[in-house]
Structures are given as C-alpha cells and as structure tokens.
Design a protein around this ligand. Structure first.
Ligand SMILES: Nc1nc2c(ncn2[C@@H]2O[C@H](COP(=O)(O)OP(=O)(O)O)[C@@H](O)[C@H]2O)c(=O)[nH]1
Ligand SMILES: [Mg+2]
Ligand SMILES: [Zn+2]
Length: 351
C-alpha cells in the first residue's frame, strides 16, 4: 500500500485534485497546524509550509487549512513549501471559536471517528457527551465514547444509567493504562486508513492513550497546566500520528467546551431519544416548552424522559438556534456590503 493511502488518500481525493488549477503540483496532508506554518506529509516526506498570499488574504481565516486537510503545495527548498490550494473539506470537526457567537473554527478534517475521552472521576459528564454527539452528527463523524482511568475505581451502575439513552448510538470503551487488554480492544476498533480524532478536556488521558496505542512515547503527558505549559519548548509538537497497520490518530489540545455550530435540531431529538415523543404532540410545531398536549413534557412528567436529558435538549437547541440566527445575520450583512461594492464597481467601470 502506498504511503499516503495509509493517511487516507484515495481515488475521490485524486479526482478532486484533478479539478484544481494546481493539479500538477505535489499533494499532502496537514499533520500539524502552527500559527502561520503547516507541517505537510507527502509522498516524498515531510514539508514545513506557508500559505500563498492568495490563500492568506483572499479568504476568511476559518478557510485556512486545519490539521487533517489535504493540500496542494509547491516545494521551494529542502523540506519547505508553499500551500497553493486546499481540497474541499469533508467530515470536519468544528467548534465555536472562543470569544465569538457565530464564527466556527475547524479543529480537524477528514475525520472518520471522534473519540470523546472522559476520565471516570469528576470529569465524567453526560451533558458534554450529548453536546459532542450533536456537533459530530451533522458532519457524518462517528462519535465513540472512551472512558479512561478505570483503575481509579468508579461506580459502574451509575455510569451506565447516565448513558442509557445514548449507549445504542455511541460505542463505549472503558480503558486503563494499567490494562493492556483494554488498549488492545480500542486499537482493534480502528481500521487502516481511518482517521480518529481525540477530544476531551486536559488531563483525561488522551496523550497517554495515543502513546499506548502506538506503543511509543510520542506525546508529552502529565497534567501540564496552561500557564506552566506556555514556557516550554514545543518545537517538535505533534498532532497526528500514523498507527502501524491501522489508522491515523489526531490529538487535540484540551478543548474545554464545544460550542454548538449547527442547527440540525432533528439530530438533537434523535440523539436524546425524544423524537418518538415529538411526533405525538398535539401541535405540529410544538416547541415542547409549555404547549398543551405536548407529549414530550408529559413523558418528562411520567419520568419516561429523564429531566436532565430534557433540560439538555432545551439548552442545546437554544444554542443551535442562537448560532444559526447570528451566523445568518452576519451573512446578510456581508451580502449587503458586497452588493454595495458591486454597484460601486459597476459605476466606476462605466466611467
Ligand atoms: N490512574 C490512571 N492515570 C492515568 C491514566 N491515563 C492517564 N493517566 C494520567 O493522567 C494524567 C494526564 O494524562 P495525559 O495523557 O497527559 O492527558 P491529556 O491532557 O488528555 O493528554 C497523567 O498524569 C497520566 O499519567 C489511566 O488509565 N489511569
Ligand atoms: Mg495531551
Ligand atoms: Zn411537544
């Protein structure tokens, strides 16, 4: 098997490259994203690349490459290159850019599975799992729940009860660094050419898990706090590793919160197992807040739907609506601005 095929390169991507103006240049996959520099793995090795002026100034920052993207680049020096084009993104993991209400940021692309990593201590939080499932559903990424540090002891019954409404939609793995079998099981679930992104808060054991999966200490581990981690030399910072006879793993720095950046509330009802009830509400456009004859509210009262799940539904739906409304507003503003510019330009051209 060809080197880049192990990274997921395939016929479909090849065809897309043929449609680029730069089809005769080299292609590769972004393995690390620095501030202005991208590490790219290609047929002939690794290149440290920058963006062309066109890519830098001609588009929104959210369109800049992210880890996992397939790009076309020109080599300019040994081990150096310039990225000319990016193939259209697929299966992208987005988050709401921190400090904004409607800007999304691509974390990783061409993702097949997202490992939602939580440790079985106070970090475990079912609401965060639901939120993450909503975020991946729209992009066709399979979420997988990985519960770590089983060796520290946990209340299995409590955990299982908390995730009953999710467990038939998301595979669940229990791991411990002290149980090699638990790591083997996880490794067996990853196929050749498949891309897996690891997400979860700092300290849950993502890097430890990746090191154990590839049997090499590639990633720095230990609960390095954000403030003390800053001064460290991170010249060899890694994000992506290729597993032998298996897939591609992408580590992400501990993201505290995945802000919702989609508005597919049908997905949300399905994830939270309330879509069957929704169909039974008296009014077709029932919002399940305080309407008469609302089957969802009735089910909550009869304790068929967990109250926590219902509240999570309302909260995530509100976030989704808010995101769509502000994103739409932003698009409208941009549209009217570009209209003004067009009118201005046509007048100018006529002179
Ligand atoms: N007891 C126990 N500790 C673990 C396990 N996995 C990781 N840790 C510890 O948790 C801390 C954070 O691990 P790390 O992999 O750096 O977490 P990350 O921030 O998610 O990458 C480290 O001190 C690890 O040794 C586990 O399965 N059991
Ligand atoms: Mg880490
Ligand atoms: Zn209703």
């Amino acid at each position: 098997m060809n080197h880049l095929q192990l990274y997921g390169w395939n016929e479909e991507l090849f065809q897309q490259k043929q449609q680029s103006n730069y089809k005769d240049f080299a292609h590769g996959r972004v393995t690390v994203t620095h501030k202005t520099c991208y590490e790219v793995v290609s047929e002939t090795g690794f290149y440290s690349c920058e963006l062309t002026g066109n890519m830098l100034y001609g588009q929104d920052a959210s369109e800049y490459p992210c880890t996992g993207d397939w790009v076309i680049f020109q080599t300019i020096d040994t081990g150096k290159g310039i990225i000319l084009d990016r193939l259209p993104r697929q299966r992208t993991l987005y988050r709401l850019k921190s400090g904004t209400v409607s800007e999304r940021q691509a974390i990783a692309s061409f993702v097949d599975k997202a490992f939602v990593v939580q440790s079985l201590d106070e970090n475990f939080n079912v609401r965060r799992i639901e939120r993450f499932m909503l975020q991946t559903a729209d992009e066709g990424i399979q979420p997988v729940l990985v519960l770590t540090k089983t060796d520290l002891g946990f209340n299995a019954e409590e955990i299982e009860k908390a995730i009953t409404h999710l467990s038939h939609k998301i595979p669940v793995f229990y791991t411990s660094i002290e149980s090699p079998e638990s790591i083997d099981k996880l490794r067996e679930s990853i196929r050749v050419g498949e891309t897996v992104v690891f997400t979860g808060m700092s300290g849950v054991g993502k890097s430890t898990l990746i090191n154990a999966l590839c049997k090499q200490p590639l990633f720095e581990t230990g609960a390095i706090s954000d403030s003390t981690g800053k001064g460290k030399h991170t010249t060899t910072r890694r994000e992506m590793v290729l597993l032998l006879d298996s897939g591609v793993l992408i580590d992400t720095p501990g993201v505290k919160l995945f802000g919702v950046t989609n508005d597919n509330t049908d997905n949300l009802s399905e994830i939270l197992d309330i879509s069957d009830y929704e169909g039974k509400c008296r009014f077709k456009d029932c919002r399940h807040v305080n309407e008469k004859g609302c089957a969802v509210i009735e089910a909550v009262e009869k304790e068929e739907i967990d109250r926590g799940v219902y509240e999570s539904y309302l909260k995530l739906r509100r976030e989704a609506w808010h995101y769509t409304a502000t994103a739409q507003e932003k698009r409208n503003k941009e549209k009217s601005l570009s209209k003004v510019l067009k009118v201005y330009k046509s007048r100018y051209d006529k002179r």
